[in-house]
Design a protein. Structure first.
Length: 151
């Protein structure tokens, strides 16, 4: 596939070895969607930081697990070289750990799920209606299971 680039920024003070696999899973999602010249960032933050983002940008005064900032909502973010800049995915490592525990699966599974979920949001998918949710969640599940990331 084309020249795809995912930058991962770990902004918490701990090493997260799972991020290597998360990046590979995201690259497989890009491939599955047959996209080329895609560029986006995955940013790992704590609950405090994601709470601020959620409050300031979505007017929801609590932490969340994943929040995306899509730059393509108006289709203007294509650079001259034909590179599509999709935007940023922020994941709270604190929420990811809590949810992995709640659901009884690995942190790797939770981080991959949240990252792929964010990726599909960047592509314009949503889950506001049962129909939209079915499409988005089946795409996510396909990416995860084809990579062997199961519940």
């Amino acid at each position: 596939m084309g020249n795809n680039k995912i930058e991962i920024f770990n902004q918490v003070e701990e090493d997260i070895p799972e991020l290597d696999t998360v990046k590979k899973v995201l690259l497989s999602a890009i491939e599955k969607e047959q996209l080329e010249n895609i560029n986006f960032n995955l940013i790992i933050v704590n609950n405090e930081d994601i709470h601020e983002l959620n409050k300031n940008y979505r007017k929801i005064d609590r932490p969340t697990d994943v929040i995306t900032f899509a730059l393509e909502d108006d289709d203007t973010m294509v650079l001259p070289e034909g590179i599509r800049v999709l935007g940023d995915i922020y994941i709270s490592i604190d929420r990811a750990k809590d949810q992995a525990g709640d659901y009884g699966h690995s942190l790797l599974r939770e981080l991959c799920f949240l990252a792929v979920h964010g990726f599909y949001h960047l592509l314009g998918y949503d889950h506001n209606t049962p129909e939209e949710e079915k499409i988005m969640f089946s795409k996510q599940e396909e990416v995860l299971s084809s990579y062997g990331i199961t519940r």
